[in-house]
Design a protein around this ligand. Sequence first.
Ligand code: PMP
Length: 386
Amino acid sequence: MFKEELQTRAQQHLLRELSLINSPSNPVISVEGREVLLFASNNYLGLANHPKVKEAAVNAIEKFGVGSGASRLISGTITPHHVLERELGSFKNAEAALTFSSGYATNIGVIPNLATADSLILADRLCHASLIDGCRLSRATLRVFHHNDVGHLKRLLSGPRSRASTLILTEGVFSMDGDVAPLPEIAQLAEEYGAILLIDDAHGTGVMGATGRGTVEHFGLDPRRILQMGTLSKALGGSGGFVAGPKDFVAYLVNTARSFIYSTAPPPAIAAAASAALSVIQEEPQRRAKLWRNREFLHHGLVTMGFELTNTQSPILPIMVNDPELGVQMSQHLRAEGVWIPAVRPPTVPKGTSRLRITVTADHSPEHLETALRALRKVGTAFRVL
Ligand code: PMP
């Protein structure tokens, strides 16, 4: 049964396989003994390999050991968890924050505590799988609004609503399209209709806003009216997730969020590394400035060459190829040219919207960007995409 299913996927060019990397997540990685330029990592600021972040993790291992030994409520809450949560709350200008072992665990833990079987959830069509799984666990009625379509959201809000409560879900920066949600309008609607708003800012945290606080800062919104989740795994260069909001909400989650309660606390070294990453984000704004310079350069190069991009406003630069087979073949040819750009296919993205998803980071040099553009021109021309 598994074999046939795998064969079917292979025939549809939708088979997924793991590639083995034998180096840190730097722009130049080692794959099967060969050096390849990586344009697929969410390590936007290069903090996964920052000396201060690594040092914080090593020091915490020396002091606290590797594993935390138990779940947070049993005996797993160790000083680095506590420090990090205080810092995350203040970074997000919220009263409090709670960390989870991943962004995925955050969403599936938080959403069932904001919506129950009597609630209505209105989610953007392109919301991440972890948000959707959180909705499923909540047993609430889920309605999907067209991507970034405030008019559609308003129609759904003003339709018949016999539900006890309403939750609106969107991403700040969309993970597969790189575009930004119209948060001011969405926040306004949430206010008008008395709905709760939860933003998944996994890709906005550390990247968006004058000081990297995320999409809420980017738009100058009042963070007290919005619940924000984020990850420690992307711009912060580590692993884990968090939600920031009112302190009563956080205290409630400690009592109820199943993925928080029934899972071993994240290693203290991972929390210490995230604290160091938060400091670096604030002490080295030049990293974010370089990320955005690189992003502008590559975006300009791709558009000038004639590639069809999404309406991206972030360091995620997806080239639309639509057909999964074309995506896979182009990705393989790019790999042969020494550039790693994955093809993202259904079910990660809707059918007919396969794409080459480029992510650019602060660690890319001008030469790296030129190499990528050269390879993309060659492969794009060979496959008549240009
Ligand atoms: N939300 C979004 C929008 C994401 O892109 C991701 C990561 N792919 C997650 C949540 C989950 O985060 P994590 O990888 O830390 O589990």
